[in-house]
Design a protein around this ligand. Structure first.
Ligand SMILES: Cc1cc2nc3c(=O)[nH]c(=O)nc-3n(C[C@H](O)[C@H](O)[C@H](O)COP(=O)(O)OP(=O)(O)OC[C@H]3O[C@@H](n4cnc5c(N)ncnc54)[C@H](O)[C@@H]3O)c2cc1C
Length: 497
């Protein structure tokens, strides 16, 4: 689309009077924050550069699939990009005559069309109001503080930009192969470390092993089942549990939800929480999904109430369960997987991956060794394709993401205490090493997991995007003021010298 390659507006306002903002990343989070900032901007007051990477805006990891069978896992009625219009996507779908009802889980490829169309519209409207928007089809490789502006941003192609503020919307970090995979297996064409970009092998596989049983693993299983109807599919995870399914229609809200949340807040310990939630389920007889869904918007506050030991306990014992109940599958998808299991085409294995190496006797295959859960028994699978779908990579310490590496090594940002992402306050302000929230430097999306746990679904992303767009003008003014006073102090010092 033409909007995505041009400067949307020449404002005529002296550029120095405009607030300069750089948004990095153009998945759903980047789209939400850019959209909100454009909608919020006063005429001629914002000069926004959107460093969008190489993909078309809006697609990102979840919505770049072209497969119609990859469905949203949030109902269409709640997938509007903007916080004040959660129903916008369903209206968009209806206007195009797509067969999508409010309770349905639409194909993600359609959702990407909606995001792209919405952004194009917002950019065009911003142009009419003399708000400057520039899209850069490149990657940011460094962000650092700048004495003469708030921040300096450099792109891979060498373009240098200065800005009063920067928003990181870069999603999760690129996947890295599991430690149990040998160097030879990593380099083997049958090993796909990235579940979102894998190349089908030249020869039809007899057996495909998927590492993981979460949403990305389900995507991979669905695609493999369609591509190779005769292949045996194996999915391995520690608990061997696929995500639970949504009901056809959402259940009634739990009447005592507020009291339950209060009880959880008062006793921030995961064992206690499990007890309270189980008791609420047993006493009320209410459908468990209603209680889980009712916790969703309070998750950041609850997560922040836990100390690090309790957070670790949650990660060790409850994370898998929370992921399975919270990130549920559309019934259609769950039925498809159940059918594959009944036909013995899919086997779910509970166990730990112990080693993946090139097969000793069949060099074009991989040898996958799994220690079965709760036993010392091992199973071995000779696989023609192994797809690693073990969830988002968030380890800041281990990443080779160029921008994150640079920002961490120069102390601009740092990992949270459990290395689940970047240290930030609940509004996504990135923290300096001494814990002070940076002015004009925000993050939203999955990298906030350690700070607020829940910021990867669209409903949370759009709320934070709205808050960022609301707060940014005042924050950028402060950055500008601080920069000016720093510069005049330097000038005075020079004159005095
Ligand atoms: C299989 C799957 C299904 C999902 N389904 C749903 C769903 O139905 N509903 C829902 O609400 N959520 C869903 N999610 C969650 C999903 O992650 C979020 O909805 C949302 O897409 C996250 O967007 P994001 O922009 O934060 O991250 P991403 O989609 O990862 O986008 C980040 C973008 O930033 C780019 N980038 C990274 N570094 C740089 C750089 N240095 N310079 C420039 N660009 C950079 C990346 O290339 C990428 O394009 C799903 C997730 C998965 C994995």
């Amino acid at each position: 689309m033409c909007f995505y390659s041009v400067v949307a507006a020449e404002s005529g306002v002296p550029v120095d009077d405009m607030q300069k903002l750089v948004v990095i990343g153009a998945g759903a989070a980047g789209s939400a924050v850019v959209g909100e900032c454009l909608r919020n901007a006063q005429s001629g007051q914002l000069d926004l550069t959107w460093i969008r990477g190489r993909q078309a805006p809006g697609r990102g990891v979840a919505y770049s699939t072209t497969a119609e069978h990859h469905l949203l896992n949030v109902r269409a009625a709640n997938m509007g990009l903007f916080a004040d219009d959660a129903g916008e996507f369903i209206a968009f779908a209806r206007a195009r005559g797509w067969p999508v009802e409010a309770c349905d889980f639409a194909p993600r490829v359609r959702y990407a069309d909606y995001l792209q169309d919405t952004l194009a519209r917002e950019i065009a409207k911003a142009g009419e109001r003399h708000v400057a928007v520039r899209l850069l089809a490149d990657e940011a490789i460094s962000v650092r503080g700048d004495d003469r502006a708030g921040y300096a941003v450099v792109s891979a192609a060498g373009e240098r930009m200065v800005a009063d503020g920067v928003v990181l919307a870069i999603g999760a970090l690129p996947p890295t192969p599991l430690a149990e995979v040998t160097a030879a297996a990593r380099a083997h064409p049958a090993y796909a470390a990235d579940p979102w970009h894998w190349v089908p092998p030249g020869k039809v596989p007899e057996r495909v092993v998927v590492l993981g049983t979460g949403l990305s693993a389900v995507d991979a299983l669905q695609s493999a089942a369609r591509l190779w109807p005769n292949a045996q599919l194996i999915a391995v995870s520690r608990h061997g549990h696929l995500p639970f399914a949504h009901n056809a229609v959402p259940g009634e809200p739990y009447e005592q939800q507020a009291a339950l949340i209060e009880a959880l807040r008062e006793a921030p310990a995961v064992a206690r929480w499990l007890h309270e939630i189980r008791a609420a389920m047993a006493e009320s007889g209410v459908e468990w999904r209603s209680i889980v869904d009712g916790l969703r918007m309070q998750t950041p506050q609850l997560w922040r109430a836990l100390n690090d030991d309790e957070r670790k306990r949650f990660l060790r014992h409850l994370r898998w369960l929370w992921e399975a109940v919270r990130h549920r599958l559309p019934q259609q998808t769950a039925n498809e997987l159940a059918h594959l299991c009944e036909q013995m085409r899919l086997e779910i294995v509970a166990g730990r991956i112990r080693a993946i190496d090139v097969h000793a006797n069949a060099r074009n295959r991989l040898d996958v060794r799994v220690q079965l859960r709760g036993t010392s028994d091992m199973r071995r699978f000779a696989a023609d394709l192994v797809i690693q779908a073990t969830g988002f990579n968030l380890s800041i310490d281990a990443t080779d993401h160029a921008l994150v590496r640079q920002m961490v090594s120069e102390g601009v940002v740092h990992a949270d205490a459990l290395d689940l992402g970047l240290a930030a306050d609940p509004e996504g302000r990135l923290l300096s090493v001494d814990g002070v929230p940076a002015r004009g430097l925000r993050c939203l999306g999955t990298l906030l997991r350690g700070s607020i746990w829940e910021c990867s679904g669209l409903p949370e992303i759009r709320n934070l995007a709205k808050a960022i767009a609301r707060d940014m003008p005042a924050e950028l003014r402060e950055v500008r003021k601080a920069t000016h006073s720093r510069m005049s102090m330097t000038a005075n010092a020079l004159v005095a010298a």
